[in-house]
Design a binder for this molecule. Structure first.
Ligand code: DNO
Length: 391
C-alpha cells in the first residue's frame, strides 16, 4: 500500500516536512482555492506538484474534484460544468495524476453533529448522533414535514434534546452540521441550506442516480484517455439526510454504479469509516468483490449504535475489522500487481493540538500520525506472516 496523507495545501497547519516525518510517501490533495465547477488551471496544478515533489513526496491522488450541485441536480448549467470537469481531468492527467476521488452527495458533503466529543483517554473525536441531527432538522431548521423522516423514537429523543439545549448549544450544533468540514464543499447558512434542499426536494432517488450515471458516461471516456481512475467516495453518513436521497451508501449502490458504466476507470474509494457506519455493508466482501475497482482507500474506524449514530474510534479499535480489511486489500494488491494508495482517515485530536484553534476537525497531526503508525504495524505484520506461511 502507498502510505499517503491528506494535505490541504499551503494553508494547512500541517507542513510537508511533518508529513515526511510521519513516514507517508504520497500526498492526497486538491486545489481548494478553485471554486467548484471551474477548470483547474494547468499552472496551479503544476505549482502544487512542484511543491510536493520538492519534499521527495509524490502526488498521484486528488481528493476531491468536487462535482457542482447543478450536475447533481441536473439543473441550470450542468452541461457546462460537466465539460469543465472533463477539462480538469485532462489537465490533471497531463500532470501524472492517477486517481480522482469525488462524491455525489446532495447538499452536504460529510457531516457530523459533534466535532469535539471528549473521550475517556482525554482525546477528542468526531461523532454523529441521529437524534441531535433530527433536533436540528425538525426544530431549528424547521424543514417542512421533517419529522416524517425519522422513526417515532428518534423524534421523541430529538425533542428531549432540543428542549434541553441552550442557545449556545443550538448555534454550535448548527455550525457543526452546516458550516462545512475540511475538504468539503464550503459552508452553508440556514438560508442557503434551505435553498439547496429545495433544489433536490422533488428529485427522488432514481433521478439522482440518473444524473450520476449521465455524469459518468461523459467523464469516464476522458478519464480512460488519460489513464485516470475515478474513485467515487461513499456518502458520509451513508443514508439520506434532510429527506433527500443518497445513492452511494451501500455495496449494492456501488455495484450498480460500476455496472452502469463498465470500465476499470469507474471505481471506488473504499472509505471504511463511511461504508462501515452501516452494519449491512460487509467491508471485507466489498474488497474481495470490487477488487481492482477499488482505486483508493480511507482507513478509519467507528463505533456504531443501532440507530445510525456513530463515533469515530481509534483506527484498530472500532466495529470495522481493520486487520481483515487490510488483509483483503493486500490480497487484491498481490493479484493485481498494483499498489493501493491509502490514507489514515481522520484521527483524534490529542495532546497540545486539543488547545489549538487551527486544527481541522478530524485532521490533526498527532491523531493521524498515531493512526498511520498503527495501520503500518498491521500491514507489516500481515505481510510478514503471509511470507512466513508461504515459506
Ligand atoms: C472526510 C472526507 C471527505 C471526502 C469527500 C470526497 O474526511 O472523506 O471530505 O474527501 O467527501 O469527495
Amino acid at each position: 500500500m502507498i502510505e499517503s496523507w491528506r494535505w490541504f495545501g499551503p494553508e494547512d497547519p500541517v507542513t510537508l516536512e511533518q508529513i515526511v516525518e510521519a513516514g507517508a510517501k504520497g500526498i492526497v490533495t486538491a486545489l481548494d482555492h478553485i471554486p467548484t465547477g471551474e477548470i483547474w488551471p494547468l499552472t496551479d496544478i503544476e505549482e502544487r506538484k512542484r511543491k510536493i515533489e520538492s519534499y521527495g513526496l509524490t502526488w498521484k491522488v486528488v481528493e476531491s474534484v468536487p462535482v457542482h450541485t447543478e450536475i447533481k441536480s441536473g439543473s441550470g448549467h450542468f452541461k457546462h460544468y460537466i465539460s469543465n470537469y472533463q477539462q480538469t481531468i485532462t489537465n490533471l492527467g497531463e500532470n501524472g495524476i492517477e486517481c480522482i476521488c469525488y462524491n455525489f452527495m446532495p447538499v452536504l458533503d460529510w457531516t457530523r453533529t459533534n466535532l469535539k466529543l471528549d473521550l475517556p483517554n482525554f482525546s477528542q473525536a468526531l461523532s454523529f448522533d441521529i437524534s441531535e441531527f433530527a433536533a436540528y432538522d425538525i426544530f431549528i431548521l424547521e424543514r417542512a414535514n421533517a419529522s416524517e423522516s425519522y422513526p417515532q423514537e428518534i423524534q421523541e429523543k430529538a425533542q428531549l434534546k432540543y428542549v434541553n439545549m441552550t442557545e449556545v448549544d443550538k448555534e454550535k450544533l448548527e455550525k457543526n452540521i452546516i458550516a462545512g468540514l475540511p475538504g468539503g464543499e464550503g459552508s452553508h447558512t440556514r438560508e442557503s441550506l434551505r435553498k439547496a434542499i429545495n433544489l433536490f426536494k422533488n428529485l427522488g432517488e432514481n433521478k439522482l442516480r440518473e444524473h450520476l450515471y449521465d455524469f459518468l458516461k461523459r467523464i469516464i471516456p476522458v478519464a480512460e484517455k488519460h489513464s485516470i481512475n475515478m474513485a467515487i467516495h461513499p456518502d458520509d453518513p451513508p443514508f439520506g439526510l434532510f429527506g433527500l436521497p443518497r445513492v452511494v451508501s451501500t455495496a449494492d449502490d456501488a455495484e450498480k454504479i460500476m455496472r452502469k458504466v463498465p470500465s476499470l476507470c469507474n471505481g471506488l474509494t473504499l472509505c471504511a469509516g463511511s461504508f462501515g457506519a452501516r452494519s449491512d455493508n460487509d467491508l471485507i466482501s466489498m474488497v474481495e468483490n470490487f477488487g481492482e475497482k477499488i482505486h483508493f482507500t480511507h482507513l478509519r474506524n467507528i463505533r456504531r449504535k443501532t440507530d445510525g449514530s456513530f463515533t469515530e474510534s481509534e483506527h484498530l479499535a472500532g466495529d470495522n475489522d481493520m486487520v481483515g480489511i487490510i488483509k483483503a486489500i493486500l490480497e487484491v494488491e498481490e493479484k493485481s500487481g498494483r499498489e493501493m494508495p491509502m490514507r489514515p482517515d481522520h484521527g483524534h485530536t490529542m495532546g497540545e493540538e486539543r488547545h489549538r484553534e487551527d486544527v481541522r476537525p478530524g485532521y490533526s497531526y498527532s491523531g493521524r500520525m498515531k493512526g498511520l503508525a498503527e495501520l503500518r504495524g498491521v500491514i507489516h505484520a500481515v505481510k510478514t506472516l503471509s511470507k512466513t506461511s508461504q515459506a
